[in-house]
Design a protein around this ligand. Sequence first.
Ligand SMILES: [Zn+2]
Ligand SMILES: [Zn+2]
Length: 111
Amino acid sequence: MNIPYSEKEKKQIKEQKKLIKWWKKSTKPKKKKKKRVKNYKGLNYTELLKTPEWRKRREQILFRDNYTCQECGFKTHLEVHHKKYGYKYPWMSPDKDLITLCEICHAKIHK
Ligand SMILES: [Zn+2]
Ligand SMILES: [Zn+2]
């Protein structure tokens, strides 16, 4: 038969458990953060533009440009245009090479 613990003991056990939990947590090797950039080797340009990396970058540029087409001032159907290519991934372009354009102005540029 189990001898019931006294309140004091119960408290002690609780504290110990807490300590063990904390200790285990602090000694557990930290999981390495998954690298954000996955292997995008096989992806074509259109597919690259669907990655979270590009979405984030695109959002940065849209924000910088006040969600406004830099050509005509349109505020909808916005896209981010690369003035320059040549980077491994589209989100690697520096700010100066990226510009917010509306669909229409963007299409004009690519003509
Ligand atoms: Zn473009
Ligand atoms: Zn425009």
